[in-house]
Design a binder for this molecule. Structure first.
Ligand code: CU
Length: 512
């Protein structure tokens, strides 16, 4: 049995520390650097009941000491947090977009991190990265059940600005057990194997395959699957041929826990400037963010400022964040729906900005034709406000994004997690890393512990956005540059939870 350093610290001289082998505890405890004491803010992982479409669901939540979702910090703050787990099971949180010491990164099995036991408490402390970030479970499939919340760090400029801030956390919601969804997708693998002639495999041709949509069938990779007699609940017939877009058909798409049947209405004033901090906390859904008739400008992506670009429709892949500035119109109703439209489907969710007393028309949760797949048009136009310092790359690496729906296996350079080849770097080493997507699906690639700059799309150079998660559509190559940071094992993975669970992860191992 092992304990993380923080758990041991918290246990102090209590039973937990006493139960562990004293020598091991001492050897773990000894290298702790002295840290300036900052007042700890409370954060609690909870179990709660959420009503979705009139039906109750048991989901997780992450709330601060006042019961609000997530944490908001000011410019002078450090991340000084006392996390208590009331999930009813072990859990582990990752601070997405932050750069903590590796042992606080929240990925069990790496950097000495172990899950936080139910009812246990652990302290965290590190310097904050400003901007719109978030926190989510990096343990099992808990993220699918809303173990996710905003982590916003406001700058001095933010505090000075006469701007109303609205934070929106998007999610793809299912009443089903996420494990069942994953095994449903995996069963497709069994089925695929059978169709290649495995004599002993039982017939599954009438078995419901929870969570699979049309995309799984459209590629001729499943010769054993007929077009008739199949029972596939949750199939989405709204899409068409083309790349695989969505693995799973969800029951609802949420914006701050609500659907468009009963959306959050944020009171604003006519003429008021609004900063939207939009977080795609969905586990396997990419959205187009739409501000309709009102033009907005993107001012930051993944919490990092970009040169402002106007528009009314912006792509937001899983794990990414988008900061938009807009002005509530003085004329007319002043009502501004901010919608998130799922790619490859006509489902949508969102929040409504509205002046007091304004009449708000009901918006349907499904509307119009299917939204197109996310692309790199905006990415090609984004420019970091503060680019990475100019430096020659000491190393150029490339990673093919590999895998398939049938069988449901996802990998990097054809290696799934467990067979992965770590990318070995020295701290301070400048690296250029090219993601080459040779698979049939888009993958939002996330690197822990670092921010990288997008420096080329399909080999065409640009001084793009600084991010921590970049979308790589099928057939595309995206090159990012970064400087290897703190020594540790930093996960590099697809932010589609199911792809990650099916193997699409490796580590960047930084040594001193
Ligand atoms: Cu993926």
């Amino acid at each position: 049995m092992t304990f993380s350093r923080r758990q041991i610290l918290l246990a102090g001289s209590g039973a937990l520390a006493a139960a562990a082998a004293p020598s091991a505890v001492l050897s773990v405890l000894s290298p702790i650097p002295a840290r300036a004491a900052a007042p700890l803010r409370d954060l609690t992982i909870t179990r709660r009941t959420l009503e979705v479409g009139g039906r109750a669901a048991s989901v997780f939540g992450i709330v601060d000491g006042a019961g609000a979702s997530g944490l908001t910090f000011g410019p002078e703050d450090r991340f000084a947090v006392r996390l208590t787990n009331r999930a009813g099971e072990a859990a582990s949180l990752h601070w997405h977009g932050q750069i903590p010491p590796p042992d606080q990164d929240g990925v069990p099995g790496l950097n000495g991190v172990t899950p936080l036991a139910d009812a246990a408490t652990a302290p965290y402390e590190y310097a904050l990265q400003p901007g719109t970030h978030w926190m989510h479970s990096h343990f099992g499939l808990q993220e699918q059940q809303l173990m996710a919340a905003p982590l916003v760090v406001r700058t001095a400029d933010d505090l000075r600005a006469d701007v109303q801030e609205v934070t929106v956390l998007l999610h793809d919601f299912t009443f089903r057990d996420p494990q069942e969804i994953l095994s449903g997708l995996m069963k497709g693998m069994d089925h695929g194997a059978m169709s290649h002639g495995s004599p002993s495999a039982p017939s599954q041709s009438s078995a419901p395959m929870a969570g699979m949509d049309h995309a799984a069938m459209g590629h001729g990779a499943m010769p054993g699957m007929g077009q008739s007699g199949m029972s596939m609940p949750g199939m989405d017939h709204g899409g068409g041929a083309g790349p695989d877009l969505n693995d799973v058909e969800y029951d609802a798409y949420l914006a701050n826990d609500r659907t468009l049947d009963d959306p959050q209405v944020v009171t604003v004033e006519r003429g008021q400037r609004v900063r939207l901090r939009i977080i795609n906390g969905a586990t396997s859904t990419a959205f187009w963010i739409e501000t309709g008739a009102v033009s907005a400008e993107v001012v930051a992506v993944d919490g990092t400022p970009v040169q402002p670009l106007p528009g009314s429709r912006f792509p937001l892949a899983g794990g990414q964040r988008l900061d938009l500035l807009l002005t509530i119109p003085k004329a007319g109703s002043g009502v501004v729906p901010v919608l998130a439209r799922r790619e490859g489907s006509n489902h949508r969710t969102g929040v409504i900005l509205a002046p007091k007393g304004a009449k708000i028309a009901r918006l349907a949760g499904q509307d119009g034709p299917a939204a197109p797949p996310l692309d790199l048009v905006l990415e090609s136009r984004l420019k970091a406000l503060t680019p990475l310092p100019a430096a020659a790359a000491a190393t150029r690496l490339s990673l093919r994004l590999t895998g398939s729906m049938m069988p449901y296996v996802w990998s990097l350079d054809d290696r799934s997690w467990g067979q992965h080849a770590p990318l070995a770097l020295k701290a301070g080493q400048r690296v250029e890393l090219t993601f080459d997507n040779v698979s049939g699906m888009s993958h939002p690639m996330h690197l822990h512990g670092h921010h990288f700059q997008v420096i080329a799309l399909d080999g065409k150079a640009l001084a793009g956005a600084v991010r921590d998660t970049v979308l790589v559509p099928p057939g595309r190559r995206v090159t990012v540059a970064f400087t290897a940071g703190q020594p540790g094992d930093w996960p590099l993975h697809c932010h589609n939870l199911l792809h990650m669970a099916a193997g699409m992860m490796t580590v960047v191992t930084v040594t001193a």
